[in-house]
Write a protein that binds this ligand. Structure first.
Ligand SMILES: Cc1ncc(COP(=O)(O)O)c(C=O)c1O
Length: 397
């Protein structure tokens, strides 16, 4: 029998990150591959203590099904959190999702028909790309510089046919580009989008992880502006500020859109784990999340500093990057003819891995770039890994 797969499956592309995972966990390999928090940095004791102190009735609720929209006390805590971030909570609602990726996917599910056009950054988070492709969207990549997507290219992309229905941006400590959008660039983007019939999907999974307080202002979401158009759907997550194993994210957006996504989520997983929502709510509402984030910012800042120093020490001068102000990543630009997958094969043999650039290319081609995550590698190991990768790059120059 010949299995007749759906058109959606034809579009699926296995992610190098997922394939790398099996290699990346080998103890002899120095891995900058996974875009994940530091394994040794999770707030395990804090969360254990919070759970142990809960009354029996809350523990029972934690083991039970919950509303599809989310565990009501967590929705309330997140609404307070959104308000503190400057969001207009009276105009919006929240849907709790199974990770930010599900928030992206559920928005795609209610908005996209096959062939619909979506503007994305080049490079783009692979999980979002996979979701767009699974919904058979036509992707229109727009290049970025150190301040965000290029306004001229954005204007051109907006004029393409069919008219794009959605634009997906990750302005805060971009995965994989590592950059944060400048204030003026965000203003310019909103001005260009003003009056257009388009949804802006704003992904803010890393915005809490700035290294210096002076950069906190850069992390103010575009969603706080709340224009009539574009309508902004804001996505965030506990994955990078508590733990991705929890699988909790949320979507914050106009009530009409949230209502539709809630119905769509019913057939995806009925509800996000109540148990984990209870834990996330305790962590957030007790204020412990903010103490933790304050501390963990410092840890990532140290790791980033060591990686930048090692890059400066070992990389050939033709390799360029933007020093990160937060988040998990550094994106390296290699000289024109150097292919990141060739470099990867070579550096793997010497014991260090990263993710090659084409993984994050909406068209899956451009490969003279690569992503290195400093977030899950202890400081004392980072220089050795960078040195191995630099040697591998040199072999192809
Ligand atoms: C930009 C971006 N958005 C969304 C996600 C997905 O987050 P979650 O683990 O909450 O699904 C990630 C995870 O790497 C990410 O980098």
């Amino acid at each position: 029998m010949e299995i007749q797969y759906s058109k959606c499956v034809e579009n699926l592309r296995s992610s190098e990150i997922r394939n790398m995972m099996s290699v990346a966990v080998r103890p002899d390999i120095i891995s900058f591959a996974g875009g994940m928090p530091g394994n040794t940095l999770f707030p395990i004791k804090e969360v254990e203590d919070l759970y142990n102190q809960l009354p029996l009735s809350v523990k029972q609720a934690a083991f039970q099904y919950g509303p599809t929209g989310g565990y009501p006390p967590l929705i309330k805590s997140l609404m307070d959190y959104m308000q503190r971030k400057g969001m207009q909570v009276e105009k919006n609602r929240i849907l709790i999702t199974t990770g930010a990726l599900q928030a992206i996917d559920v928005v795609n599910k209610i908005l996209l028909d096959p062939g619909d056009a979506v503007i994305v950054e080049y490079p783009t988070f692979i999980g979002a790309l996979a979701s767009f492709l699974a919904h058979r969207a036509k992707l229109i990549p727009v290049s970025m510089d150190a301040d965000g997507i290029l306004p001229d290219e954005l204007e051109k992309a907006l004029d393409s046919k069919p008219a794009p229905k959605m634009i997906y941006l990750s302005p805060y400590f971009h995965n994989p580009a590592g950059i944060i959008y400048g204030k003026k660039r965000k203003e310019a983007i909103l001005k260009i989008l003003a009056g257009r019939n388009i949804i802006l999907l704003e992904d803010d999974c890393y915005g809490e992880l700035y290294f210096n307080d002076s950069d906190a202002e850069l992390c103010i979401p575009m969603k706080t502006v709340e224009p009539e158009s574009p309508q902004i759907c804001y996505v965030s997550s506990f994955s990078k500020i508590m733990g991705p194993g929890l699988r909790i994210g949320w979507l914050f957006g106009p009530p009409e859109i949230i209502g539709k996504t809630e119905v769509a989520k019913q057939s995806m997983d009925a509800c996000t784990s109540t148990y984990v929502q209870v834990l996330a709510n305790e962590f957030l509402s007790s204020g412990k999340l903010f103490d933790y984030v304050k501390w963990v910012r410092g840890e990532y800042k140290k790791r980033a500093k060591v990686m930048v120093e090692a890059l400066n020490a070992f990389m050939p001068p033709e390799v360029t990057w933007v020093n990160p102000k937060g988040g998990f990543y550094i994106w390296l630009q290699l000289p024109g003819g150097v292919d990141a997958t060739d470099v990867l094969k070579s550096s793997l043999q010497d014991g260090a891995v990263f993710i090659s650039g084409k993984t994050f290319d909406p068209e899956g081609n451009r490969n003279n770039c690569l992503r290195m995550a400093f977030s899950n590698t202890p400081e004392e190991i980072i220089p050795k890994g960078v040195e191995i990768i630099a040697k591998a790059i040199n072999r192809f120059m």
